[in-house]
Design a protein. Structure first.
Length: 238
């Protein structure tokens, strides 16, 4: 019988020993005029669920952390940010709780603004002896552009309004970062998009999800999550 990887669906007596628990970490923040606020969470959950399904019954997916460090988007209505300090504390406490009954904890991150908090939490938990790490959902999008829009067209097409999709700021993140850090996303992109989502497609989203799932599943199996990231990954989507 196929094992549902969603931890929340499991009665406690069915939870096995030696479990690896994936905790998706997303955000609630603007993603342009065409996408919903929970894009990062949707993607992190989808990657976690597909990776757990690929890895087998020893890997389960916890309910997602839906609020992250999103201060750069705070000038847009709908954004709810708890900041790096609160997120790091939350992730640390979640890790401490889960490790009392699970063998391993892996945070699967869908938002680049969460990275500092993840690194802090993983450092604390590792120093306490936990087998813990984090992995990025590496899709290559700056923010609300073609890759994220493609993923949402694949995962939740009814929640995407392509009639509202429009180009945003298309300069490179390296060029934009000083202004982003100083003044936030709205200062560089009035519509909140970093990129151009107009050529997005569900087929591209399916291919991206398959690639990300493969990367995360392989890292979990190989134990690479303990190092805190995939080889060559920076997870720096906004």
């Amino acid at each position: 019988m196929h094992q549902d990887p969603a931890l929340a669906d499991a009665p406690w007596p069915t939870i096995p020993e030696g479990l690896t628990v994936l905790i998706p970490v997303g955000s609630t923040e603007q993603h342009g005029p065409h996408l919903p606020l929970d894009v990062d969470t949707v993607i992190a959950v989808a990657v976690s669920t597909a990776a757990a399904d690929r890895c087998g019954p020893s890997v389960r997916v916890a309910p997602a952390v839906a609020f992250g460090a999103s201060g750069e988007h705070q000038h847009f209505p709908g954004t709810i940010s708890i900041g790096t300090e609160a997120l790091a504390h939350t992730l640390t406490e979640l890790g401490r709780s889960v490790r009392t009954w699970a063998a391993r904890v892996v945070f699967v991150n869908g938002h680049g603004g969460n990275i500092e908090a993840l690194e802090r939490a993983v450092a604390v938990l590792t120093a306490e002896g936990a087998d813990v790490g984090w992995l990025p959902c590496r899709h290559g999008d700056a923010h609300a552009g073609r890759p994220e829009t493609s993923l949402m067209l694949h995962l939740a097409p009814h929640r995407v309004d392509m009639s509202a999709a429009a180009p945003g700021e298309t300069a490179s993140m390296s060029d934009l970062m000083p202004r982003l850090r100083a003044s936030g996303v709205r200062a560089v992109s009035p519509n909140g998009i970093l990129g151009d989502p107009r050529q997005a497609s569900a087929a591209e989203g399916a291919a991206l999800l398959a690639r990300m799932t493969g990367e995360v599943a392989a890292a979990i199996v190989a134990g690479a999550a303990r190092a805190g990231s995939l080889p060559g990954a920076d997870g720096a989507n906004a």
